[in-house]
Design a protein around this ligand. Structure first.
Ligand code: MEV
Length: 290
């Protein structure tokens, strides 16, 4: 038996555009998913398409037990964390000998297969290695997290499907290529500006708001997310934007110490769930077997 856990993530800048080779910035967060894999001759096809794909890709048979602190279908990377933790546990239990990098690559393959062939390596890379990461195509860079990077997450409690949202952007690209390409290009530009302003919360907040507007324009917004970002900004956040695939799920707000509690109350007033957390720097790790 082998038990591994992997962290969730917040997509700070560049989601969706990152699928088309533009830059993205994401950060691993403390809540984790824990997966236990046990060698077994009796293999029951797992309910999760992500877990099923992990077993198919590695060509082994076993039983799985999942314990999660992350809400699923909420944009906090629970499917990537499940995939990464499952692959590490399979690697361990069946002594496959994959390196951390190879497991991250396999996890990316699993995400791509389950998202209709369209995905970036962001979620799986961040969940494997932890920390704050810049990604552009094959380029992956660990960033030094800014000082006093105080974030509050707001979960709209509206479930979304990442593959569906990624498909929505692909449809727009097909039917309105000039508009869609323009927005994707602009999201890439905002992300690069964010890279140069990570230590400047005021400017970063403005860029978050701009990134959110562009995600709305590309069709992955939701009235509940608009409501949440406006409420967080009105409560004094430097900025707020959706995180991840959109269409539901979470927003994140950048706050000063003084405004943090007001932003939390504003999120509660929207009948959403505030989540206060911080960066995870470990990535996937082995846990004691239970
Ligand atoms: C999902 O967390 C982020 C997306 O950009 C998809 C991906 O990068 O694979 C929407």
């Amino acid at each position: 038996m082998a038990t591994w856990s992997a962290p969730g993530k917040v997509f700070l800048f560049g989601e969706h555009a990152v699928v088309y080779g533009k830059p993205g910035i994401a950060m691993a967060i403390k809540p984790r998913v824990q997966v236990t894999v046990r060698h077994s001759r009796y293999f029951q096809k797992p309910n999760s398409p992500y877990i099923a794909e992990c077993f198919k890709l590695t060509d082994v048979k076993g039983s799985v037990y999942v314990k999660s602190q992350l809400p699923s279908a909420s944009g906090l990377g629970s499917s990537a964390a499940v995939t990464v933790a499952t692959l590490f546990a399979i690697n361990d239990e069946f002594e496959l000998g994959y390196s951390r990098e190879e497991v991250a690559n396999l996890a990316f393959d699993v995400e791509k297969l389950t998202q209709g062939g369209r995905a970036s390596a962001t979620d799986t890379y961040v969940s494997t290695f932890g920390g704050m990461v810049f990604i552009r195509g094959n380029e992956k860079r660990r960033l030094i997290p800014p000082q006093n990077f105080s974030i509050v997450i707001g979960n709209s409690l509206i479930a979304h499907n990442t593959g569906e949202m990624v498909g929505r952007v692909a449809d727009l690209l097909q039917h309105s290529p000039i508009v869609a390409n323009g927005i994707i290009e602009a999201i890439g530009g905002v992300t690069m500006e964010a890279m140069h302003n990570l230590e400047n919360p005021k400017e970063l907040g403005v860029l978050m708001n701009r990134n959110h507007a562009l995600l709305d324009a590309i069709g992955v917004g939701h009235p509940a997310l608009s409501h949440l970002v406006l409420a967080a900004r009105a409560a004094g956040a430097y900025g707020a934007k959706l995180s991840g695939a959109g269409g539901g799920g979470c927003i994140w707000a950048l706050c000063s110490k003084g405004t943090r509690n007001r932003v939390i109350s504003a999120i509660e007033d929207c009948e959403a769930r505030p989540i206060t957390t911080s960066i995870d720097t470990e990535g996937a790790r082995r846990e004691k077997d239970e």
